[in-house]
Design a protein. Structure first.
Length: 451
């Protein structure tokens, strides 16, 4: 059984951080040692200063989550650190939340893992789509709690049973109505985004998505792969392209999607970074962000980014969870990218490759920070993308033919272009849809048959 740890600078922090943003983090596990690293990072991402820690190894207590003695210890820790919040790295039921809060000093908020994640999402939701997805997740989180209040109120005929608040039957119906309306609006947004993806493909772009756990370095890798051009040059074709991708040592800096043109040798690639995975997310929360995850599910290729500096077992667990998420709906090939190899000791990369070969066959090792291995990753991306078709067109020399040749250069890769006195020959490779359109355009250039 493990105990509690107070923040070393709790007293000093009390003077600079408002009480409501000072938090004690706590976690209960059935067996082994409770790891508070991730919940501490999540708390920091939400703007809390962690001033104390508490952990317990025991079976769950139905009333308090923790044992009653541990809750008393939690209360004392909160008082000593003058914390205004307790963040519990567990899925805490509504009654457990109420019971824990009743043992703490007045005004101290009890926040469970998923409430904290929703708070972070709410802070980062800067687009209508992201805001809708956050609202949907919040409503789906609240619905079973409203249903629990309804059940208890009907059973005990006591509004406000166990301090859960007065129940109104219209609350549950209103939540379901709002969920239905938000889903409808998100479906409309998703349809527009799918049309945009097809427009990009018709313009000759391959779509590559970055996936993986939050803080694996996806955004940094995106900046490394991004072409050194101003994507606003293509604003007439792709007005939604973003010119930057945020990269910070903080969880959930990427909530919505960010798309940039990537620098490749032969292929025109649009690279999309999206929200990072995180451990132990419930199904309802993943489904709430299904619209954002469509950028991954509907890509031509997925780069699954893993933090190679983490322990092997942590990497394995994240790879397995990521594969479960991706293979459920994704049909595109997946390339595993071991990032942050600059942090590894000599020989450590080879050991990890061997240990993880079953879940990460033939990974590409890179350091997004230093650029090591990025050239090899570019080559791998082009090799794994869907095959192009080869075509040879002979065109009559004319202004329209020159426009077609220029169009082929923009949408494919020209291997050879030659001119004779009255015709131009162009050998090129491109996506099948582009080849078909080039043939159609070329046919329209043929001179009419004489009658």
């Amino acid at each position: 059984m493990t105990g509690s740890v107070e923040g070393a600078n709790a007293e000093a922090d009390a003077e600079s951080v408002p009480r409501e943003r000072r938090a004690v983090v706590a976690k209960r596990v059935d067996a082994g040692n409770a790891d508070l690293t991730e919940i501490t990072q999540l708390a920091a991402a939400a703007g809390y200063e962690v001033v104390g820690e508490l952990a317990q190894t025991r079976t769950e207590d139905a009333a308090f989550m923790f044992g009653e003695g541990k809750v008393a210890e939690l209360r004392d820790l909160v008082r000593r650190t003058d914390a205004g919040a307790v963040i519990v790295d567990n899925d805490v039921g509504p009654y457990q939340t109420f019971n824990i809060g009743g043992e703490l000093p007045e005004g101290v908020e009890v926040i469970d893992r998923f409430t904290l994640i929703l708070e972070i999402f709410g802070q980062r939701a800067n687009t209508r789509k992201a805001q809708l997805q956050v609202e949907l997740a919040e409503l789906r989180y609240e619905l079973p709690r409203a249903e629990a209040k309804a059940s208890l109120a009907k059973r005990d005929e006591r509004p406000g049973f166990m301090g859960l608040g007065e129940y109104d039957e219209s609350v549950e119906r209103d939540i379901k109505r709002q969920i239905s309306e938000i889903r409808g609006e998100l479906e409309s947004i998703a349809a527009k985004e799918e049309a945009r993806r097809e427009q990009r493909r018709d313009s000759g772009f391959d779509l590559v998505a970055l996936a993986g756990y939050t803080n694996a370095g996806k955004s940094t890798l995106m900046r490394r792969l991004a072409a050194e051009i101003d994507v606003d040059e293509n604003a007439d074709r792709h007005p939604d392209l973003d010119t930057t991708a945020e990269s910070q040592d903080m969880l959930f800096t990427t909530l919505g999607t960010t798309t940039r043109r990537a620098e490749m040798e032969r292929r025109d690639v649009l690279l999309t970074d999206t929200v990072g995975f995180i451990a132990d997310l419930p199904h309802w929360l993943v489904e709430s962000f299904e619209s954002t995850l469509d950028s991954v599910y509907r890509a031509d290729l997925v780069l699954l980014v893993v933090d190679a500096s983490e322990p092997v077992e942590t990497m394995r667990e994240k790879l397995v969870t990521s594969h479960d998420t991706l293979y459920e709906r994704n049909e595109a090939p997946i390339v595993t990218v071991f990032n942050k190899v600059d942090r590894l000791a000599p020989g450590e990369l080879a050991d990890k490759r061997g240990a993880l070969s079953g879940v990460a066959p033939d990974p590409v090792a890179v350091s997004a920070k230093t650029g090591a291995g990025v050239a090899e990753l570019r080559d791998r991306v082009e090799a794994e993308l869907p095959d192009w078709e080869r075509e040879r067109l002979v065109l009559p020399v004319s202004d329209d033919a020159m426009s077609l040749v220029s169009w082929i250069h923009d949408h494919g890769h020209v291997d050879e272009e030659s001119y004779a006195s009255d015709q131009v020959t162009v050998d090129f490779e491109a996506k099948p849809s582009i080849v078909a359109r080039a043939r159609s355009k070329a046919a329209a250039l043929a001179p009419p048959e004489s009658t």
